[in-house]
Design a protein around this ligand. Structure first.
Ligand SMILES: C[S@@+](CC[C@H](N)C(=O)[O-])C[C@H]1O[C@@H](n2cnc3c(N)ncnc32)[C@H](O)[C@@H]1O
Length: 204
């Protein structure tokens, strides 16, 4: 997958018109309650796009590893964040190995990114990256289209997830902590059912 498809969307669409625009991230914060405070801890935000979750997590004291396939999205987001925020940009496809020098993280958050990986090799690559980066005791929040959710988004096919499949893909050593079904309404008012799963890695 190249970044052009996503760059075009971010460069030609107002943030509020993006098909996944979420003005209120309170559900994510509710799901993240068991994770605890951000000070002195690092989060990897996979495919963060231009989400205000990044601004909020910086404000809450998290060190940010901001990933997206689209350099255009990361450019918009970085220019919005305070210059002094502790941020590293990771512009790449989540299906291919992450740079070796990334620090381990206490939290991994993905809303509506993983479901764009549709072939086995890409999905395996994503979970290899996740397992390589999340520290023992760390948490993972995945929010993906539910089994009865839409079959396409942003003009692309998606792979829909149940909590069970999330658990299976994470593999041994991750325990489900919380689950939530949520029907998001996109800017056109169309319902988009999601499954949210919070997991914790054993150990620490
Ligand atoms: C539907 S948007 C969600 C954006 C953000 N997570 C949110 O909730 O607002 C999907 C995002 O994933 C990014 N993306 C798509 N495929 C990706 C991949 N293979 N690796 C990394 N990012 C990807 C896109 O550029 C886009 O920013």
């Amino acid at each position: 997958m190249t970044h052009k498809h996503w760059d075009d969307i971010f460069q030609t669409t107002e943030q509020e018109r993006l098909g996944w625009y979420e003005p209120d991230t309170s559900l994510t914060w509710k799901m993240l309650k068991p994770v605890g405070p951000g000070e002195g801890r690092a989060v990897f935000l996979a495919g963060i796009g231009t989400s205000s979750l990044a601004d909020e997590m910086a404000e809450a004291g998290w060190s940010l590893l901001l990933n997206d396939l689209s350099p255009a999205a990361l450019g918009i987001l970085r220019s919005r964040l305070p210059a002094e925020a502790d941020v590293r940009l990771v512009a790449q496809d989540m299906a291919v190995p992450l740079p070796d020098d990334l620090p381990g993280v206490d939290l991994w958050v993905d809303r509506a990114v993983l479901h764009f990986l549709t072939d086995r090799e890409a999905i395996d690559g994503y979970f290899q990256n996740l397992r390589g980066l999340v520290r023992p005791g760390g948490h993972v929040l995945l929010a993906e289209f539910a089994p009865d959710g839409a079959q396409r988004c942003a003009g692309l096919p998606v792979h829909r997830y149940s909590l069970k499949e999330m658990e299976e893909r994470l593999g041994d050593g991750f325990v489900a902590v919380a689950e939530r079904r949520h029907v998001y309404h996109n800017p056109n008012g169309d319902p988009r059912p999601y499954v949210y799963g919070l997991f914790q890695r054993e150990g620490a």
